[in-house]
Design a protein around this ligand. Structure first.
Ligand code: IMP
Length: 427
């Protein structure tokens, strides 16, 4: 039995798609457990680039079961577009399953996400405006529409009518926009239900039987630790739980079944949207990293904010998710820098702290304390063994390991499947 949770250990966009794709080679089942189409995973398989938002990256292998778990918020329109996109590129999607209990993103969620974000003005979060937050709000408010509800016309009608009554009051009275029509949404969503109904299942049961049968299961997190609703840089977070514990809730699997937790970290740090980011580089180096690393959002196209590696948050991610192994991605992007910095602590007032502070006000004021290491000039993209990396690159990775007390078992030196250095068994 092996059940691995793979998570983002920074602010998302760590290159999880590539590592999931790599680990999926050995897995029989790949499961998404939280988030929705706010995520964007770019995977290069056999020289071809695929951009996925909702469907687990394991779908690029023909024989893997891919599951969208109950913790995911599903926009059925996007799901069907993604299926059509994959099919049109020759990818078979027959082994996709969707949890009966996943929540459905409705048109009013997307609309409210945009309206609420605009209303925040200077306090905006920088959401992806995909309806993610409002869909999770309805889930917590116990008025959400689940996938299983779509499959029963009467239940769906009752729930949609009740929701529209409330949402239309909000839309017209608070935001002063036009109300939404019942018939249009009802017909549209019943059409989606018709197309996905054969994929819908009790996914917790499916995962449990795979584990009992000795199959390898990979739980694929979206976003990252610092975007976790409880453990991230609140309120500049997403509305779900990207940390490893989120897999248990979002897939219906017990914690004793998880055998390993892989934390994906970029060799530097990026963030999209608003919120504190102590090691952010607002200079030429930041711009250089953005250009070389193609740091523009897969989902929204926004330029990502770039900065040095922050060992304080990486250690924090190890703590809150119990990370057993790191996958360090995009090491190749740092080629050509004379000096590379690692943040080892934060200066706050007259004090230096070494743990992620609970107060976001303090975190906003943190000034990084850096260690400086020599860079390297060699191209790393063809390297396949750790010992063949320039010694400066090896030392950089080893320093990350020391500071986080976690082994960097995987090191990625390019987007391709083969551009992956493996230093130990994961599965
Ligand atoms: P939401 O998830 O659309 O509500 O956005 C909330 C915050 O999470 C914003 O700062 C987004 O930029 C960020 N976010 C959401 N999904 C991702 C992702 O996949 N990568 C990076 N940031 C994300």
């Amino acid at each position: 039995m092996a059940a691995i949770v793979l998570i983002g250990a920074q602010w998302g966009d760590e290159g999880k798609g590539k590592i999931t794709d790599f680990l999926a080679q050995k897995a029989e089942v790949v499961v998404r457990y939280q988030g929705g189409n706010n995520a964007g995973h770019t995977v290069v398989a056999n020289g071809e680039e695929f951009k996925l938002h909702l469907i687990p990256s394991g779908i690029l292998y023909e024989n893997k079961t891919c599951i969208i778990g109950n913790g995911v918020v599903v926009d059925p329109k996007v799901l069907l577009q993604e299926l059509d996109y994959l099919n049109s590129r020759g990818v078979k999607t027959g082994k996709l399953l969707i949890s009966t209990n996943a929540q459905v993103i409705m048109p009013y969620h997307r609309l409210l996400d945009a309206l609420e974000e605009d209303a925040r003005g200077a306090n905006k979060i920088g959401t992806t405006k995909r309806g993610i937050g409002p869909a999770y709000m309805d889930k917590s408010a116990r008025i959400g529409i689940r996938i299983i509800d779509l499959l029963d016309k009467d239940v769906f009608e009752a729930k949609l009518r009740r929701n529209l009554q409330e949402k239309n009051t909000l839309l017209t009275k608070i935001y002063g926009v036009q109300p939404l029509e019942f018939e249009e949404i009802y017909t549209e969503y019943l059409g989606y239900a018709e197309r996905i109904k054969h994929l819908v299942t009790d996914s917790s049961l499916a995962i449990d039987s795979s584990i009992r049968n000795g199959e390898k299961v990979l739980f694929e997190g979206a976003q990252g630790t610092l975007l976790d609703l409880d453990h991230g840089t609140y309120p500049y977070v997403t509305s779900s739980h990207p940390i490893a514990g989120g897999a248990c809730i979002g897939a219906g699997v017990g914690p004793t079944k998880i055998t390993r937790v892989v934390g994906v970290v970029k060799a530097y740090t990026t963030r999209v949207g608003e919120g504190p980011f102590p090691t952010e580089l607002l200079d030429e180096t930041g711009e250089k990293i953005r250009q070389i690393g193609h740091e523009f959002g897969t989902t929204t196209g926004r330029a990502r904010r770039c900065g040095w590696f922050d060992a304080v948050i990486a250690r924090y991610a190890v703590r809150v998710s119990g990370i057993s192994d790191f996958a360090v991605t995009k090491l190749d992007v740092l080629t050509g820098l004379d000096k590379i910095k690692i943040c080892v602590g934060y200066r706050v007032g007259g004090e230096v702290i070494y743990e992620f502070p609970q107060s976001q006000k303090i975190f906003t004021d943190c000034i990084p304390v850096y260690e400086e290491m020599p860079g390297w000039q060699e191209d790393l993209t063809g390297v396949r063994k750790f010992e063949d990396l320039p010694v400066e690159a090896q030392n950089y990775v080893k320093r990350i390991e020391q500071l986080t007390e976690t082994s960097a078992t995987i090191v990625a030196v390019g987007p391709g499947r083969e551009q992956t250095i493996v230093r130990g068994e994961i599965f």
